[in-house]
Design a protein around this ligand. Structure first.
Ligand code: GLA
Length: 390
């Protein structure tokens, strides 16, 4: 990868001494969907696929950025004195948002730089290519100028950049998984306290397989924000009788006893998902420790059905892909992953059946939807970092 990056860098910006190399992964969430902004738990992991960067400092205050994934967009250029969102900057607004965030916090950036990005996460597939580029920019700025900063600070800054600079009101899961990822481990994160625990995924004989619906995500941002609002309104109703600060504070049984406080039927279903899904995420992490694969499969199924019927963030393509997986003899569990409305599913498949799974599930999906799914092995890797000798 270094050689490839070096070559691209030289052809775009010319040969430079002292290039440094960086990497930030994508992420996949095993369970705990739409719980992060509800103060609940998530159980994601960082992937070995992600975004790479090669960087050289400049002597002036100019930042020049180029992504080999968006060749037609050319070089994006801005001055450190004038970092602001510009629609025509497209993908480059993500790294710009992180630069802006550093500056807002009074963390000086004394030099401009030339940077080349190269990623192997499919765009728009819900594997967090945007959070990947944010954390990558964060690690670059940290490594050159602010080594005192810790990973958690970068995570929070990246989320803030996405919320305020980009204007997408996401929770903290993606940035956290990408900043704090650990090889072969998922992490159970309490999104309210940010306490977390790594969980080794050594279920021998089983593989994690990501399947991409290749369905273009439509209306994802506006529906995402609408779900947040519905959950918030449900919380306000519950707070009339319960001393809670988020939906993550209630157990399913307490929710059932008080759900009639929620006036609106839709909001009640949204809240039910958030409460039960939080509980499923905690339970799934425990089941991994106990190697209880049957229970893990059952929880994944419940999660998908809840996202489909109560939270309503699946789509016919995601459902088809998951139903086909459930019917396959080698499958332990399968569900949609990420925000939904398109994007990917995650399945746990017995090693010996992976090829057959890809073949049969892919065929059935294509027959039903006319779309071709892509499949990737989900290798679990380390979080965002400088590549020193790697
Ligand atoms: C997107 C958001 C996350 C999270 C998931 C749903 O990936 O960026 O914060 O809310 O959707 O679990």
């Amino acid at each position: 990868m270094r050689e490839e990056l070096k070559g691209i860098f030289a052809s775009v910006f010319g040969e430079k001494e002292g290039l440094r190399f960086f990497f930030a992964p994508g992420r996949v969430n095993l369970i705990g969907e739409h719980t992060d902004y509800n103060g609940g738990h998530v159980f994601p992991c960082a992937l070995t696929m992600g975004t790479y960067a090669a960087v050289a400092l400049r002597n002036d205050g100019l930042v020049r950025m180029y992504s080999d994934n968006f060749k037609d967009k050319g070089i994006k250029e801005c001055s450190l004195d004038d970092i602001r969102y510009q629609k025509e900057d497209d993908w480059a607004n993500y790294p710009k948002g992180v630069i802006y965030e550093f500056q807002q916090r009074g963390c000086s950036i004394p030099h401009g730089f030339d940077i080349v990005f190269l990623g192997n996460i499919p765009n728009g597939a819900g594997l967090s290519s945007s959070a990947s580029i944010e954390l990558l920019m964060g690690v670059v700025l940290q490594s050159y100028f602010h080594p005192e900063m810790d990973a958690l600070e970068l995570v929070k800054m990246a989320q803030h950049a996405e919320n305020d600079f980009i204007g997408v009101n996401c929770g903290i899961m993606d940035q956290f998984a990408i900043g704090m990822g650990k090889k072969h481990h998922a992490m159970l994160l309490n999104c309210d306290t940010l306490d977390y625990e790594y969980s080794k995924l050594d279920v021998s004989g089983l593989a994690l397989v990501i399947a991409n619906t290749n369905k273009k995500r439509t209306l994802a941002d506006s529906s995402y924000n609408a779900r947040r609002q519905e959950c918030h309104d449900a919380l306000l109703d519950l707070q009339k009788a319960l001393d809670i600060v988020s939906l993550g504070d209630i157990k399913p049984s307490d929710f059932d006893a008080h759900s009639s406080l929620i006036q609106n039927e839709t909001n009640r279903r949204r809240a039910k998902h958030a409460v039960y899904e939080n509980h499923r995420a905690i339970k799934t992490a425990r089941m991994f420790k106990e190697n209880n694969v049957d229970e893990i499969g059952r929880l994944m199924k419940e999660s998908h059905l809840s996202l489909k019927d109560d939270y309503e963030v699946t789509c016919p393509e995601l459902d088809e892909l998951v139903f086909a997986a459930w019917d396959h003899e080698g499958v332990i569990g399968s569900r949609m992953t990420g925000a939904g409305f398109g994007g990917c599913t995650i399945s746990i498949v017995k090693d010996a059946f992976v090829d057959d799974f890809i073949q049969k599930v892919g065929d059935r999906y294509q027959q039903k939807t006319g779309l071709k799914a892509d499949f990737y092995a989900a290798d679990i890797g380390e979080g965002a970092r400088e590549l020193k000798g790697e």
